[in-house]
Design a protein around this ligand. Sequence first.
Ligand code: DOR
Ligand code: ZN
Ligand code: ZN
Length: 428
Amino acid sequence: MEKYLIRGGRVIDPANGIDAVKDLLIVDGKIADIGENLTAGDAEAIDASGKVVAPGFIDMHCHLRDPGLEYKEDIISGTRAAARGGFTGVCCMPNTKPVNDCAAVTRYILEKAETKGSGVHVYPVGAISKGLEGKEMAEIGRMKEAGIIAISDDGKPVSNSNLLRLAMQYADHFGVFIMSHSEDKNLVGDGVMNEGFMSTKLGLPGITRAAEEVMIARDILVAEAEGKRIHICHISTKGGVQLVREAKARGVRVTAETTPHYIGATDEWCADYDGNTRVNPPLREESDRLACIAGLVDGTLDAIATDHAPHHEDEKKVEFHLAASGFSGFETAFCISNTELVRSGAMSLSDLVKLMSANPARLLGVPGGKLGVGDAADLVVLDPDRKVVVDAKKFVSKGKNTPFDGRTYYGAVCITMVGGRVIDREQA
Ligand code: DOR
Ligand code: ZN
Ligand code: ZN
C-alpha cells in the first residue's frame, strides 16, 4: 500500500470543524495523522499548497446505465467519470435494463464495480416496484441483503400512493429509505420544458411546476402520516423548496437534494431548441434557481446530487420534443456548484463540501464525508480558483450531453483518492 504525505493544502473538513492549512499523512489507506510540518519519511509527497484538501464528494443520485444500456455509459466509464469529478462514492439508480429490482442485478452491479470500476464506492439503489411499473413491490429485503442502500423508481414516479405507503413501511423495516422522483405524469401531459414565457415563445408544450409540487406534497404527507423517512430527488422549483422547508419545520422526516443544473441554468437556455438542455424535471426560471440556492443556504435542501444521466449523442441531437432527458453531470458538478454558490458569495467552500460530501455521507449512512485520523483516505484535492472551460468532448463519461459545454466556471478537481489510492489525477 502506498504512503502519501499531502502537504500544505487548506484542509476543509466541516464534519470536524476544520478549515486550516495542514499536512495529511496517509498510511494503509487511512488518514494516519493531520498536523503542521509532518515529515514524509518514505511516503510520497504531494504538494497541495494553494489547493484545498476535502473529503471526497458523495453523489446520492446518478445513473450508471449498467446493465443493459452500456451504449450510454457503463460501470467502468461511469466510475471513471465520477473519479474525474472528485466523487469517491456514488448511488446509482435502478432504471437499467433489466431494472435493478432483484438481488441478482444488485450483485452484478456491486461485483462489476468492485472488479472493473475505478475504485469509487458504488451504492446501488434498488427499485421500489418490479420493473419500475408502479404495480407490485420489488424484493426489497433480498436486495438489501445483496447491498442496496435505498429504493427508488427514479425516472418514474410511484403514482399509486398506497404502494408508496407500503414501500415506506417495508423500507423502514429493512433499514433503507425511499428516494422519490416526484412527478405527476397527468400534469406533465405532453410537456417537454418548463411552462412559462419561454415555452410560449418557443411554441413547445410546457410542464407546470405543479407537476412536481403536487407529488412532493403527496410524498411529504404520506411520510408524515406514517412517521417514516422520505428523500425528495432533484428539486427544481421554488414551491418545492418551500414545501420541504415547511415540512421540516413541523418535524417531518424529509430530506431533499437539488442538482448543479437547477442552480446553474434556466429555461432561457432552451432558446435554441437544443436537446442538450432537456432534462426532467425541466430547467426552470431564475426565481426557481435562486430559491434552490436559498434552500441550500438555509439547510432546507440537504445535498447537491448530480442526477448524472448520460445519453448517446443520437438520443440528444434530435428535435427538442424527441430528445432524451438528462445531463452528463459528474465532471461539471464541482465547478458549477463552486461558481454559483461559493464564488457568488452565497456560502463558504466549507458549506459546499458539506452539501457534496458530509451531508450525503450522513444521509446514506456510509463512510466518508470527513477527514479524521483513522478515517479512510477518501478525499479530493481541489483548485477552487482555477478557471475551467467545460469541454464535453473531453469528458471521461460516454455521455457528452451537457448544456454547460463551452461555458467558463471556476474550480478544478486535481486528485481523487479512495482508500489511500490515487484513482484520478488530472493531466499535467
Ligand atoms: O432527466 C432525467 N433523466 N430525469 C430522470 O428522472 C431520469 C433520467 C434518466 O434516467 O435519463
Ligand atoms: Zn428522477
Ligand atoms: Zn435520476
